[in-house]
Design a protein around this ligand. Structure first.
Ligand SMILES: [Zn+2]
Length: 220
């Protein structure tokens, strides 16, 4: 017996249009279903040819919105996928895209730090990697994963900035340049205070540098 997939009316004279929708329901629901199904197919095809991560993420978001539009109908005749399951898969794909970018940018920053010689250049390698990851925030609903990665990378950059000053200070101290060494240790202590990493994570570094400053006569 013909049954409508929207109103669930069932009788032998029911006229069924596409997607198992009866002719009464079709004017309102048919185009919604048709557009969402076509959208899902189009977006999947589009993503095959697109390399840019932001465009990929935007396309995944549009696909998820199409799935949401279909969700109330469940699995329809003529549509192969369960929109709820597909939405879940797309969410997982979105997370994988973001994780890939984070991993690649982080790895690239660490490699560049190894290769570069200038202290400022090393810090810039981190800064630009952080900026590239942050740029994806506008293209996702949940920024938690990105925020966490940015925090960790900033902490690495802050540690690097501290180490650079501390190393210069130690070098000056080894050369017997006590005043210069003390100034650099003071600068290193200041970098801990003004950076974005919470101070409670830097207590070891702070203790290390304060001991040096005191050893060299304290702050002027
Ligand atoms: Zn109906």
């Amino acid at each position: 017996m013909p049954t409508c997939s929207v109103c669930h009316k069932t009788n032998q004279f029911l006229r069924i249009e596409a997607f198992g929708v009866c002719s009464d329901c079709y004017p309102e629901h048919g185009p919604v279903i048709r557009d969402a199904v076509a959208g899902i197919v189009q977006e999947a095809e589009y993503r095959v040819g697109v390399k840019r991560t932001d465009l990929q993420l935007d396309s995944v978001a549009r696909s998820i919105a199409h799935c949401e539009a279909l969700r109330r109908y469940g699995v329809l005749p003529g549509v192969d996928v369960d929109p709820g399951i597909l939405a879940g898969e797309l969410e997982a794909a979105r997370t994988a895209i973001i994780e890939d970018v984070i991993r690649a940018q982080w790895f690239a920053a660490r490699e560049r730090v190894k290769d570069l010689r200038g202290g400022g250049d090393k810090l810039n390698a981190y800064t630009s990697a952080i900026e590239r990851i942050q740029a994806l925030m506008a293209h996702v609903d949940d920024v938690g994963l990105i925020e966490k990665a940015v925090m960790v990378m900033r902490a690495e950059r802050d540690k690097l900035a501290f180490d650079q000053l501390f190393d210069r200070a130690e070098l000056a101290e080894a050369k017997g340049q006590r005043a210069k060494a003390r100034d650099l240790y003071i600068e290193a202590a200041f970098s801990l205070a003004k950076d974005v990493t919470p101070d409670e994570f830097q207590q070891d570094l702070r203790a290390k540098v304060e001991a040096k400053i005191n050893q060299l006569g304290g702050r002027p």
